[in-house]
Ligand binder design. Structure first.
Ligand code: ASP
Length: 263
């Protein structure tokens, strides 16, 4: 069908078993050539790794975040040093520190899957005032695609003209995924999340709520403005502009079609 750019959210990277699921999903369709990963999300009584890293910055203590990564790596049979990278970031900035969630997650997945790793700092560009430079970003991603036919890329951050790390707003890996889809000329952006798709209501409140199979970008934008947050609202523009449909899919139900957003 053409290139598929996939983004996997924090629930999809929350543990070793989930890493294996992602690898299976990517293997299942060779068109799934680019994977953007969020940092490991909430799992049992463990907080989001990004929250642990905000705390690491305040307390100047890499341990809790490094331990969470070490446990995931152990479950994958991989021996990797996470602490050194977080400690290094603690000497630089808050943004550098919190970006290590996505950076190390993607590094670990690259090691596990054998896919090449591309640092988001090299392809996601911000201007001097901290605003996304989407033209430079799409150009850099296009160049990346010439060199790497497949790659795993961390979500949530990029770099400014001086090389400093800049982050998107919280849950911003959706934006990275959309930019990657646009930059590599994808035919489809698959956003893998922990819900079965866009629902007619909250299934916790309305048990008869069902998945909406298709919705337009305009409607999705309106829903986002009303506070429906299945996708980050800022991820709609890059893919809508490039005419790339987005499919919201659930990592725990990989055979379910989810919701297609287009037009
Ligand atoms: N890890 C970041 C956050 O917790 C970004 C993301 O998950 O998309 O906000």
């Amino acid at each position: 069908m053409g290139i598929i750019a996939c983004k996997f959210g924090g629930t999809s990277t929350a543990g070793a078993d989930m890493f294996k699921r992602i690898a299976g999903i990517l293997q299942e369709d060779p068109d799934r050539r680019y994977a953007v990963l969020s940092a490991p999300g909430r799992c049992g009584d463990m907080e989001k790794l990004t929250d642990a890293l905000y705390r690491a910055w305040r307390d100047k203590d890499a341990s809790p975040a490094a331990k969470r990564f070490e446990a995931i790596a152990r479950g994958l049979g991989i021996d990797m040093d996470f602490r050194k990278e977080i400690d290094r970031a603690l000497h630089i900035s808050e943004a550098e520190t919190v970006s290590r969630g996505e950076y190390l997650c993607a590094k670990l997945f690259a090691r596990f899957s054998g896919m090449p790793f591309v640092d988001a700092a090299d392809v996601i560009r911000f201007d001097g005032s901290g605003r996304l430079d989407d033209e430079a970003t799409v150009r850099a991603l296009g160049r990346m695609a010439q060199v790497y036919p497949r790659a795993v890329i961390p979500g949530f951050y990029g770099s400014g003209p001086d090389g400093r790390i800049v982050t998107f707003p919280r849950n911003g890996s959706d934006i990275t995924g959309a930019l990657v889809a646009a930059g590599v000329g994808a035919a489809l952006y698959e956003n893998w999340t922990d819900v079965p798709g866009l629902m007619t209501g909250d299934p916790g409140v309305t048990p008869s709520a069902r998945v909406i199979p298709e919705v337009s970008y305009a409607r999705m934008r309106a829903l986002a403005e009303d506070g429906v947050r299945v996708l980050h609202p800022d991820c709609l523009e890059p893919v809508a502009r490039a005419g790339i449909p987005t499919r919201i899919r659930c990592t725990l139900m990989p055979d379910a079609p989810g919701t297609l957003v287009e037009g």
